[in-house]
Design a protein around this ligand. Structure first.
Ligand SMILES: [Zn+2]
Length: 271
């Protein structure tokens, strides 16, 4: 009998908890590395900090990829598909990508001409350093979590028995993630979509776009499995259809508004 897979299951919840555990440790280590930045010697010390954080992110990315591979293996086994398969682990993000993100996060630390500076750039250095660390934390969380999500996608892309993937959003996720989760399974290729092909069919890159501090996961769908939206994702889908669909250019705003009024799950305060 065909098994059913959903964006919400005990296994997805376990993976999310494990990934959240990694995030806690990552943030703890990032707090420790902040000491490397000497506010009176930014030019000399920010590059040292960037180097140390890049090394840290590489290490955590490997852990995130391994956890995701464990999740993939469990899902594959539960699906009962034939053959064995080794999930290729996603490589850590290139050092250049990490350091670019860190340079972006710290850009307001540098002195500016008062005439050209934004209000944020004129804050005291302490406040700007705090703000830079918040940005860096979010960006590094994303890079690390992305390696787990990329590992599941690589699995789906290369496993002959995998046909699709779906986004799994937490109950407290933001409107964008809720919308992506409500889209259900996205097929790998026209060939694998077969007669299940529909308007949600493949190539929708947004389903695999993740913002900073996003805790969404990716769920693989295997040959012979039927994908079913979880009750909460089905609710988001119904809200979308009722309040936002058919309003080109305004769907996201309408969906967000409708969620605040009709979804029992809270939206995060800011995104
Ligand atoms: Zn989100």
């Amino acid at each position: 009998m065909a098994s059913t897979v959903s964006d919400s299951s005990a296994a997805v919840a376990r993976w999310r908890r494990a990934q959240a555990g990694i995030t806690v440790l990552l943030l703890r280590d990032l707090r420790g590395l902040r000491r490397l930045i000497d506010p009176s010697r930014l030019q000399a010390t920010v590059p040292t900090w960037i180097e140390a954080v890049t090394t840290l992110v590489t290490r955590y990315s490997e852990v995130a990829a391994t956890l995701a591979a464990d999740f993939y293996d469990g899902e594959r086994e539960a699906a009962g598909v034939a053959g064995t398969f080794t999930v290729p682990l996603a490589d850590a993000p290139p050092a250049e990508q990490t350091s670019n993100s860190l340079r972006w996060a710290t850009k307001d630390l540098w002195p500016r001409d008062e005439a050209d500076a934004t209000a944020v750039q004129l804050e005291p250095l302490d406040a700007r350093l705090d703000a830079a660390m918040v940005k860096a934390n979010g960006a590094m969380q994303r890079l690390v979590a992305n390696q787990g999500r990329a590992t599941v996608r690589q699995g789906v892309d290369t496993d002959p028995q995998a046909v699709a993937y779906a986004r799994a959003a937490a109950l407290g996720a933001c409107f964008f993630c809720k919308l992506m989760a409500s889209r259900g399974s996205v097929y790998r290729t026209a060939g694998t979509a077969g007669r299940d092909a529909n308007d949600r069919f493949s190539g929708d890159a947004s389903v695999v776009k993740f913002h900073n501090n996003c805790h969404c996961g990716i769920v693989p769908v295997f040959r012979g499995q039927r994908f079913e939206l979880s009750p909460h994702a089905a609710r988001w889908d119904a809200i979308y259809r009722e309040y936002a669909q058919g309003h080109p250019g305004d769907q996201l705003r309408l969906f967000r508004q409708a969620l605040t009024e009709h979804d029992s799950n809270p939206l995060p305060k800011s995104i």
